[in-house]
Write a protein that binds this ligand. Structure first.
Ligand code: URA
Length: 207
């Protein structure tokens, strides 16, 4: 199973708070943003740097800056929206695309209903979706991006089920998966166990 579990103590602590059923939407959203930043710090470790000539108040020096690498953040609607601001806090120049998918009630396959992406030329993409459950929508989102010519894609989730990881590893072995927690299983309704419930409902206060 190819997945990087980001189990820094701060992340584990915050995920536990998010799992608790008494945690309300405001705290849930804030925790998700904080965890996204902590994960994003590590996920962006391979960003390339270039030299830049600067002057401190004392002297001239050569500093480092992120080179012109273009990044795209793509939340899978709707719960993925909860991870956008955390990534933008780290990389304010990143462009944000959106992918919307629904599950066809007959075929049970994900169907695209919305896809708007920034220009894809020379841009690396990070797909964000808090819950990697069956893996169906994440896999479809990756396929959508690949169909538009995107080559470098990472998938960033908060909580995953083993089945979801397996689907992505099988369908898209080139896509690296980053999660904060790997849970036990899916229940008969496709919810992650123990999980945290419906992430979209908890972010937006719906039922
Ligand atoms: N989507 C969610 O929001 N929660 C789950 O447990 C599974 C899918």
């Amino acid at each position: 199973m190819q997945v990087q579990i980001m189990d820094h103590p701060l992340i584990q602590h915050k995920v536990t708070l998010m799992r608790m059923k008494e945690t309300g939407s405001k705290d849930f959203r804030e925790l998700l943003e904080e965890i996204t930043m902590l994960m994003g710090y590590e996920i962006t470790r391979d960003l390339t740097l270039e030299d830049v000539a600067i002057e401190t108040p004392i002297t001239k020096m050569t500093g480092k800056q992120i080179s012109g690498k273009k990044l795209g953040i793509v939340p899978v609607l709707r719960a993925g929206l909860g991870m956008v601001q955390g990534m933008l806090n780290l990389i304010p120049t990143a462009k944000v695309g959106h992918v919307g998918l629904y599950r066809d009630p007959e075929t049970l396959k994900p169907v695209e209903y919305y896809c708007k992406l920034p220009d894809v030329e020379d841009r690396d993409f990070i797909i964000v979706d808090p819950m990697l459950a069956t893996g169906g929508s994440a896999s479809a989102a990756i396929t959508l991006l690949k169909e538009r010519g995107i080559k470098h894609i990472k998938l960033m989730c908060l909580v995953a089920a083993p089945a979801g990881i397996d689907v992505i590893n099988t369908d898209h072995p080139d896509v690296k998966i980053f999660v904060a927690a790997l849970d036990e299983k899916l229940d008969e309704h496709g919810y992650i166990v123990p999980g945290l419930g419906d992430a979209g409902d908890r972010i937006f206060g719906t039922k």
